[in-house]
Design a protein around this ligand. Structure first.
Ligand SMILES: C[S@@+](CC[C@H](N)C(=O)[O-])C[C@H]1O[C@@H](n2cnc3c(N)ncnc32)[C@H](O)[C@@H]1O
Length: 145
């Protein structure tokens, strides 16, 4: 992870992962967090400041899909690591936008939280759960890329 300079985190919550990543990326690196709730940005910012990593963290408040559109319009630099960890039903949309806008660097990778459930891939038993929604989408789409 030390080689990763630019990180996109989709879904920040209280910034626990953000802080952990900010502490290990080199100076000049950046973590762009997309978070729906404005109050979480207010809540987390003092902790980023206390840890001395505030210059490495940018929080964009609003629906992540809109923020990804904005990043693409701004022609932002590509990301070395993308961590998708927000609303599960939005995952495929985020993934598709990231690919469509070419936001992942050629040596980058994507981590998708909760892609599996209880160590299992999709089965009919998981029908109707957020995990089954994601796994069905992934089965239909991503492995074909
Ligand atoms: C599981 S938490 C993220 C945890 C964080 N990545 C970590 O590892 O500490 C999911 C977050 O996604 C945010 N979220 C949910 N829907 C969203 C959306 N449409 N756009 C942006 N963020 C969203 C929630 O407000 C919540 O803070």
């Amino acid at each position: 992870m030390n080689k990763d300079r630019r990180v996109l985190e989709v879904g920040m919550f209280t910034g626990t992962s953000t802080l952990a990543m900010a502490e290990i990326i080199p100076e000049g690196g950046k973590i762009v967090c997309l978070e729906l709730e404005g109050y979480l940005k207010e809540w987390a910012t003092p902790f980023f400041q206390k840890a001395g990593v505030e210059d490495k963290v940018d929080v964009m408040v609003g629906p992540a899909g809109d923020s990804i559109d904005t990043l693409a319009k701004q022609q932002c630099e590509k990301f070395d690591l993308i961590f998708i960890d927000a609303d599960k039903t939005g995952y495929l949309g985020y993934y598709n936008k990231i690919m469509e806008y070419d936001l992942l660097s050629s040596t980058g990778f994507i981590i998708i939280d909760n892609a599996l459930m209880k160590e299992r891939v999709y089965t009919n038993e998981l029908e109707g759960t957020s995990s089954s929604i994601w796994c069905t989408m992934a089965t239909d789409s991503i492995h074909e890329c």
